[in-house]
Design a protein around this ligand. Structure first.
Ligand code: ATP
Length: 231
């Protein structure tokens, strides 16, 4: 039994269909990457997992339980942590307040753990979200999700627009989380991070999974994946 299992997941907006019967499983202790061009449906998939977008068909199972009709706050409580594309940090709320608000009492992580994990945030704890760099905002968005006590971290394009040095820092932090047992679902338009460290990859094209690879396969030979993405 997988931690997260999507079977035949169909979802969209205003009666239109974006995801067409997606099958995907995510296991603890590793990174599962969904790679696809802009508009392929990655955000739609992440939102359907987080419960922000209802499924119009198929099922979302969490730890063997059907959670397809569960609202977002209940999925959060069950252990699905969502880091949205664009970070959604509040401009006039301080870093420390973001974290204090986000923390669930039964979360294994504390705010002090986040200061240790992201020293840049510690240095800016009194700054408002709007004054942070893109990288700092991304760290804050990840810290905020971690404080909900997730078993799965859903990361929607977490490196969008960030400097390579920050990308590397976020990648290694997420890698350590996965090594320590966290399940990670990573949506990425570019395959570099997935090729470097993902355990499993799938290609999403126009709302359909068109390819599946193991990390070992793409590290031995990334060409089939690159060709599939037409890069
Ligand atoms: N709120 C919305 N209302 C209507 N259509 C939407 C909405 N959000 C996304 N779409 C459409 O759904 C399709 C998939 O978009 P989605 O954002 O899931 O793709 P993506 O792979 O995450 O791309 P990007 O990297 O650009 O975010 C696109 O055609 C997009 O225009």
């Amino acid at each position: 039994m997988s931690l997260l299992e999507l079977s035949g997941l169909t979802a969209g907006y205003h009666g239109g269909t974006v995801l067409h019967g997606v099958d995907l499983t995510v296991e603890p202790g590793g990174v599962t990457a969904v790679v696809g061009h802009n508009g392929a449906g990655k955000t739609t998939l992440c939102q359907a997992v987080a419960g922000l977008l209802p499924a119009s068909g198929g099922a979302v199972r969490w730890d063997g339980e059907d959670v397809t009709s569960r609202p977002t706050h209940r999925r959060t409580r069950m252990g699905i942590g969502y880091v949205p594309q664009g970070r959604r940090v509040f401009g006039s709320v301080s870093v420390a307040e973001h974290l204090a608000i986000a923390r669930r009492r039964d979360s294994a992580w504390t705010v002090d753990d986040m200061w240790e994990m992201f020293p840049q945030l510690a240095a800016r704890r009194r700054h408002h979200g709007g004054l942070l760099s893109g990288g700092e905002q991304q760290m804050l968005a990840i810290a905020r999700a971690l404080l909900t006590g997730p078993r799965l971290l859903v990361l929607d394009e977490p490196t969008e627009g960030l400097a390579p040095v920050i990308v590397e820092q976020i990648r290694s932090t997420v890698g350590r989380l996965a090594e320590s047992g966290m399940a990670v679902l990573l949506a990425a338009p570019q395959p570099q991070w997935p090729i470097a460290t993902a355990d499993r990859l799938c290609v999403l094209d126009a709302g359909r999974v068109t390819g599946r690879f193991t990390g070992t396969e793409v590290r031995e030979d990334p060409k089939p994946l690159i060709e599939m993405l037409e890069l």
